[in-house]
Structures are given as structure tokens and as C-alpha cells.
Design a protein around this ligand. Structure first.
Ligand SMILES: Cc1ncc(COP(=O)(O)O)c(C=O)c1O
Length: 430
């Protein structure tokens, strides 16, 4: 397993910022989500710095679907960055944690009327409209309230990217946004712009997740800028902001070449500046909304090894005390991870194991065929790169309580999410 900067091996034991995983397991129990605050704060600073430029205002919006807890909201508030939220629940958590609601961007392809009303009532700064029907609903709600709302419209620029490949296409079947190739798109935008209650400040796009190809971001920027200019020329409209979404790829295994943000973002900003300048589009603000790239590296999950078994065909299973209930990604989309037995950190990895969870699903595996030192019941197994889309996608399948979460900062740990009890899971049942 590739070690993170906060991980060191001392006398064969892996440590997190000087804290042994043995100590963390004994203090907080397992499975345990562990989050390194220093790494997160540094990532945010790196993003902010890499975006700074003399041409337009920029803002980093943390896509909180990747990891949202009260402690994360408090960090977002302290760091003064914006936040991408996709439900009333995320708005509630952000605001309750101290995030300034004017810095929230509210996304989602089917925001309920109640959610829109809640967003308006809470003073959410920007609602990112998904489609024409939502715009009409929001206009009606605002008319009744006699209020005005800043909005962006989510567009599909015809660039779709996932991992190392991307395609350019005019055919778009995505459930998100309106296509720039839709013959009715100008009408849609004109209608939104004419609603007296909506202040259409610009456009948004998000081309995919875990993207490694720089060119896909550059191409989508070109498309968005050219389209924005066309709308300004054809409609009575001023595009002040473009939000280019998130999706910057991160390291899970050696197959992934993580995005070098410090090198790429200044290049991206220069490209946005030059392309918009060439077309005489004067942008006031450029935003991006990374989720995974801000938190994934900070997160790891500590498990206790349970039973071990070898099948008749020779496959070695290593069972852990969590699994798909705390990390659904391998079962959901064959996501890959690396792991280490923290109490055997300097031993030779000479046995191949499939690390499986305890849920009643054959697909409940965290890593297939992975080399580790010979394992024993009671060992501690750490999986790195679980900061994003693990806790937020966790479930109660099989009535397995959700793990606790701790944050580590300057060699000290603190509990940020309590381990669930059985009673917690029955709380709402009558
Ligand atoms: C609209 C939008 N913005 C940002 C993100 C964050 O993506 P990532 O975590 O890959 O950076 C997503 C992810 O699904 C998204 O849908």
C-alpha cells in the first residue's frame, strides 16, 4: 500500500501522525473511519492558490456529497470556501455546522418543492437549475414569496469523461442538465432569463468523476465559453459565472495517476482567460467543485481481521468486521483499493487474500486477490483512500451499525462521529 505523508512505520507498526493504529483501535473500536485534517486543509489551500489569478474571481466549492459531517462542515466554514450541496439534508448539515448559506450552491436533478423552499428560506446563495421544468417551479415558488434568487443553469457541453477516456458527443442521455445541442436550448435559456424572480448569473457543467485526462477539462471549458458567448450574442443575457464542476482524479491504486492540481489549474485558468478574451466574454467569476480530490487522501478505514478461510479451489478469504456497509464502492462499481496489516507493516506480503466484508452478499469484497503478509485473526487491516464516498454512501444493510469517525490533527485524535448503536438504527421505527 502506498503510504500517505501522515503514515510512518515504527518498529513494524504503522502509525498515523505518531498515533499507532493499535492505540486507535483500542480507543475507538473498529471499523473506524480515520480522517487527516492537515492533509485536507493543505489540499484546500493548494486548490485556492492554484486558482488565484488577476483576471476573475475564483472560488473552490467543496462537493460535500463526498464527505459531509458536522466536523467537515465546521472545517469548510473555518476555511471560508463554498460548498456544493444536493439535498435539503446537506443544506441542513452545512448550515447547522456554521457554513455561510450564501456560499452554498444547491444542485440536484429533482429538487423537491419543499427543498427549494427550504433553500430559499435558509438563504442559499446559488441554486443550480437542472432543467426547464425546475426553473418554472422555482419561479412560481419565488413569485408567491415575492423573492428573487441567484441561479446557474446546468449544461451538458457534449464532453463526457470518466477515468482516462473521454468522448465528445452531441447525443446526451444524462439525467443531469440541459444539452447545449438541444434545438430548444435558446428558448429554454431565454425563458429562464425572462423569469422576473430568477437572476441567471451563468452556467454550470460537470463532465464526470475520477477524470485523469487534462484535455477533457480544457475541451469542456472551450465548449462552455463558446456557448456562453453565443447566448450573450443571441439573447439579452450577461454570463457572469461559469462553474466547471469537479471530477479531478485521485490515487486509489498504482493504476491511477492523480491529478497534479498545482500544475494543471493555472494552465486551466489561463485557458479560460484566453478563450473568453478571444471571444470578448467577460467572466466575473469562475468556480470549481471538487469532492473526492479534497478528501479522499485524508481518509482511511481501520478494520479488525476476523476469520480466515481457504476455499477448495485455493482462494484465501480474509474477513473484516465491516465491508460494503461502510464502503459500497467496490460492489457498486468495481472500485479498487490498497491495504496493509498495520501490525505487520514491515513484513513481506507473500500471501494473496481476497478481503471480504461480513454482509450477506457475495459481492461484499473490499479487495480481490491482494498480497499481504500471512494474516491472523485479530490483526488490524487498514484500507487507504476511503475519505470520499464511503461514509456518505454507508448503509444499515444487515442491521450493521455505521462505524465511528475520528479526525487526526497534530498528533491528536478526536471523535467526530459516534459509533452507531442498535437503538440508533431503531430510532424511527414504531
Ligand atoms: C455536480 C457535481 N459537482 C461535483 C461533483 C464532485 O465530483 P468529484 O467528487 O469527482 O470531484 C459531482 C459528483 O458527482 C457532481 O455531480
Amino acid at each position: 500500500m502506498k503510504l500517505e505523508s501522515y503514515q510512518t512505520i515504527v518498529n513494524g507498526q504503522l502509525q498515523h501522525d505518531g498515533l499507532s493504529y493499535q492505540y486507535l483501535a483500542e480507543t475507538y473500536g473498529t471499523p473506524l473511519y480515520i480522517f487527516d485534517e492537515t492533509t485536507f486543509v493543505q489540499r484546500v489551500k493548494d486548490y485556492k492558490e492554484a486558482l488565484s489569478n488577476p483576471y476573475f474571481e475564483t472560488e473552490v466549492l467543496f462537493a460535500s456529497k463526498a464527505l459531509l459531517t458536522k466536523a467537515m462542515g465546521q472545517l469548510v466554514a473555518q476555511l471560508g470556501i463554498g460548498q456544493d450541496v444536493v439535498s435539503a439534508g446537506e443544506i441542513y448539515t452545512a448550515v447547522a455546522s456554521g457554513v455561510n448559506p450564501s456560499k452554498l450552491y444547491f444542485h440536484g436533478n429533482n429538487k423537491l418543492n419543499d427543498e427549494l423552499l427550504y433553500a430559499i428560506e435558509q438563504g442559499v446563495g446559488t441554486i443550480v437549475l437542472d432543467n426547464r421544468s425546475e426553473a418554472s417551479r422555482l419561479n412560481k415558488l419565488l413569485l408567491d414569496l415575492g423573492k428573487k434568487q441567484r441561479v446557474l443553469l446546468r449544461l451538458n457541453p457534449g464532453v463526457e469523461a470518466h477515468t482516462h477516456e473521454y468522448i465528445k458527443t452531441a447525443h446526451n442521455d444524462s439525467k443531469f442538465g440541459e444539452s447545449v445541442f438541444d434545438p430548444a436550448i435558446e428558448d429554454v435559456i431565454q425563458t429562464i432569463n425572462n423569469y422576473p424572480t430568477l437572476d441567471l448569473a451563468g452556467f454550470h457543467c460537470h463532465i464526470g468523476s475520477q477524470v485523469f485526462e487534462e484535455q477533457s477539462f480544457l475541451d469542456s471549458a472551450t465548449e462552455m465559453i463558446e456557448f456562453s458567448k453565443k447566448m450573450e450574442d443571441n439573447l439579452n443575457l450577461k454570463v457572469k459565472e461559469i462553474n466547471f464542476g469537479g471530477g479531478f482524479g485521485v490515487y486509489y491504486t498504482a493504476e491511477d495517476k492523480p491529478f497534479d492540481i498545482k500544475a494543471f489549474l493555472p494552465k486551466f485558468i489561463q485557458h479560460v482567460h484566453e478563450t473568453s478574451q478571444k471571444l470578448s466574454l467577460t467572466l466575473e467569476k469562475v468556480t470549481i467543485e471538487p469532492g473526492r480530490a479534497l478528501v479522499n487522501q485524508s481518509g482511511s478505514t481501520l478494520y479488525r481481521v476476523g476469520d480466515l478461510k481457504t476455499t477448495t479451489s485455493g482462494k484465501n478469504y480474509l474477513f473484516v468486521d465491516g465491508g460494503m456497509t461502510d464502503n459500497i464502492r467496490p460492489a457498486l462499481y468495481q472500485a479498487k483499493y490498497e491495504a496493509l496489516i498495520t501490525n505487520k507493516a514491515d513484513e513481506v506480503a507473500d500471501t494473496v487474500y481476497t478481503i471480504a466484508g461480513k454482509a450477506c452478499e457475495s459481492g461484499d469484497k473490499i479487495i480481490n486477490d491482494y498480497p499481504l503478509p500471512e494474516a491472523e485473526t485479530g490483526d488490524l487491516l487498514l484500507v487507504n483512500g476511503t475519505g470520499a464516498y464511503n461514509y456518505t454512501m454507508s448503509s444499515h444493510y444487515n442491521r450493521i451499525p455505521k462505524p465511528a469517525m475520528i479526525h487526526v490533527l497534530n498528533g491528536k485524535s478526536r471523535l467526530t462521529v459516534k459509533r452507531e448503536t442498535f437503538a440508533d438504527m431503531m430510532r424511527n421505527e414504531i
